[in-house]
Design a protein around this ligand. Structure first.
Ligand SMILES: [Zn+2]
Ligand SMILES: [Zn+2]
Length: 287
């Protein structure tokens, strides 16, 4: 079958690979979303990326997959830090979503969502992280696809949401789904774009929370003086758990989903470039 494979230097290329024969269900990939975390892994091969899958089981049922699963019992899981669980580090899909087929030990039924199932994993990550964000007047830094989903999740629970993004078209899109633009103080801030942490620290009220929801791409110095003097909390959240996958499947039909750019696997590098330049809000590949 065909798959986008990273070579030893982490450079992607379409290749013929053997069908996966590992444990779990055989899933025919209908589409797979490109995630910011996939970009982090480019340049660090080898392997097959992609974990935001809309797929079909052999019996014709629509599913998505969980590429990592916490044990649910260890101290870290019990403390709510499931993504740091030892078992969570193990990949549960073989080889990855940017392929014609994969094997998955944990599939989640998505009946009725169709290709929108590619959003289940990102929304599940947001629902888990949102548990760390106190309700109130909250800032979303970055109005890309993830920022737009955050705006809706926070608005649905009654928060007032303000946004910031250097791109006017993205701010307008966020305003259409209920966010507004101003530079007043906020109770908490969600950083979905790298480089936004210090701007967020400057905006939150004393005692407020800054949630780091995107890889900072390198070591970003943050203002510890602000953290100390205003007694701020800086919290990280990464990835999702089975409970949040179920909640995301249930919530998705009610969300206004960001526009996607769909490309065949053959145009993988072009899709990565569109996403990097900010010319596509979300890129989805179909085998
Ligand atoms: Zn993702
Ligand atoms: Zn665990």
């Amino acid at each position: 079958m065909r798959a986008v494979v990273l070579d030893a230097d982490g450079l992607p290329g379409l290749a013929e690979v053997p069908d996966p024969d590992g444990p779990g269900d055989l899933v025919r990939v209908l589409a797979c979303g490109l995630c910011g975390s996939d970009l982090e892994k480019l340049g660090r091969g080898p392997g097959v990326l992609g974990h935001e899958v809309a797929g079909l089981l052999e019996d014709g049922s629509h599913v998505t997959v969980m590429h990592r699963v916490p044990c649910g019992r260890c101290e870290r899981c019990v403390a709510g830090h499931e993504s740091t669980c030892d078992e969570f580090q193990q990949l549960r899909i073989d080889p990855g979503g940017f392929a014609e087929r994969l094997r998955a030990t944990h599939v989640v039924a998505t009946q009725g969502l169709g290709l929108d199932a590619i959003w289940v994993e990102p929304v599940a990550c947001i629902l888990r992280a949102a548990e760390h964000v106190p309700s109130g007047r909250n800032l979303v830094v970055g109005c890309g696809a993830v920022g737009q989903l955050w705006v809706q999740v926070l608005r649905r629970r009654g928060d007032e949401v303000v946004v910031t993004d250097p791109r006017a078209d993205r701010v307008e899109a966020a305003q259409r789904i209920g966010a507004h633009l101003d530079d007043g103080p906020v109770d908490a801030a969600v950083v979905t774009a790298h480089g936004g942490v210090n701007a967020a620290l400057a905006r939150v009220e004393p005692g407020g929370t800054v949630l780091v929801f995107a890889a900072p791409f390198g070591d970003v110095p943050i203002s510890l003086d602000a953290v100390y003097r205003r007694e701020l909390q800086v919290v990280g959240s990464r990835s999702a758990t089975p409970r949040h996958f179920d909640a995301a499947v249930a919530l998705l039909p009610e969300l206004d989903l960001p526009a996607v750019t769909t490309l065949p696997l053959e145009r993988f590098e072009e899709g990565v470039e569109l996403y990097r330049r900010g010319d596509a809000l979300k890129v989805v590949f179909t085998p």
